[in-house]
Design a protein around this ligand. Structure first.
Ligand code: KIV
Length: 273
């Protein structure tokens, strides 16, 4: 045994996230793909570190996230896990790795058992109810992902804001409630009008994390390389380069955490209506 358990930093759990929502304290999340950046995020105080399938774009250089495999996610999740002491580790289920409850359980189980994941994230609405409920029944915390779902980019015909029409907004709210009912512990909303995101955040008991969804969510997430200004190509409008005014990577991450906690990020220029 290494240090006495009381000397080790306490890992963030689903209960901590729930308590933050109830206390009105913002939840700060970022992506990471390796141990060194994970360590920086952990020491700076990021609550949840997501090994996102965005790694297909920002690490592997693909146009979309579709080519990312379970074994890619395992490799990067294991590395990130070694860098974390306090932050919760959340791992994205890659494209076509959760087409049935059985397949989802087997793949999510690998992330939990082999990479110390504490939560998995999967894209989709009502069609994922059975999968979310099976994972929850088997003790696997789930973050559901609504709004813009990058794994469906070809079906959607591009990366666009979702839920602008009244019918689509009502449907998203209803799907969010069904996913919570099925056992999801966290909800992520991507590229959603801010008023709809606020409505969903108020309607759910579980914490809602936004990316391009406005400051009314319970927390925020961004892609690490976007906040460091090193992403290849166009950076999304909802993101901000925190490196522009920082002396080093640590200070940029701290500036992001500070801005989220104070409700200063996202600002009006980062939201959709
Ligand atoms: O893959 C990813 O990095 C994500 C974030 C954009 C939320 O899903």
């Amino acid at each position: 045994m290494s240090a006495h358990p009381e000397e080790q930093p306490q890992k963030i759990t689903v209960r901590n996230l729930q308590a933050k929502k109830q206390a009105g304290e913002k939840i700060v999340c970022l992506t990471a793909y390796d141990a060194s950046f994970a360590d920086v995020l952990d020491r700076a105080g990021v609550d949840v570190v997501l090994v996102g399938d965005s790694l297909g774009m920002v690490v592997q250089g693909h146009e979309t996230t579709l080519s990312v495999t379970v074994s890619d996610m395992l490799y990067h999740s294991k590395a990130v896990s070694r860098g974390l002491s306090r932050s919760m580790l959340m791992v994205d289920m890659p494209y076509l790795s959760y087409t049935s409850a059985q397949q989802a359980l087997e793949n999510a189980g690998q992330f939990m058992k082999r990479a110390n994941a504490q939560m998995v994230k999967l894209e989709g609405g009502a069609e994922q109810i059975e999968i979310v409920s099976s994972l929850a029944r088997n003790g696997i915390p789930v973050c559901a992902h609504l709004g813009l779902q990058p794994q469906r980019v070809h079906k959607l015909g591009g990366y666009q804001v979702q839920g602008r029409e009244a019918g689509a907004a009502d449907a998203m709210l209803s799907e969010a409630q069904q996913l919570e009912q099925a056992g999801a512990d966290l909800m992520l909303l991507e590229c959603v009008p801010q008023l709809l995101a606020e409505r969903i955040t108020r309607a759910l008991d579980i914490p809602v994390i936004g990316i391009g969804a406005g400051a009314g969510c319970d927390g925020q997430i961004l892609v690490l390389y976007d906040i460091l200004g090193i992403s290849k190509g166009r950076v999304p409008r909802f993101s901000r380069n925190f490196m522009a005014e920082a002396e080093d990577v640590e200070s940029a991450v701290e500036a992001y955490i500070d801005a989220v906690k104070k409700g200063e990020f996202p600002g009006g220029e980062h939201v959709f209506s």
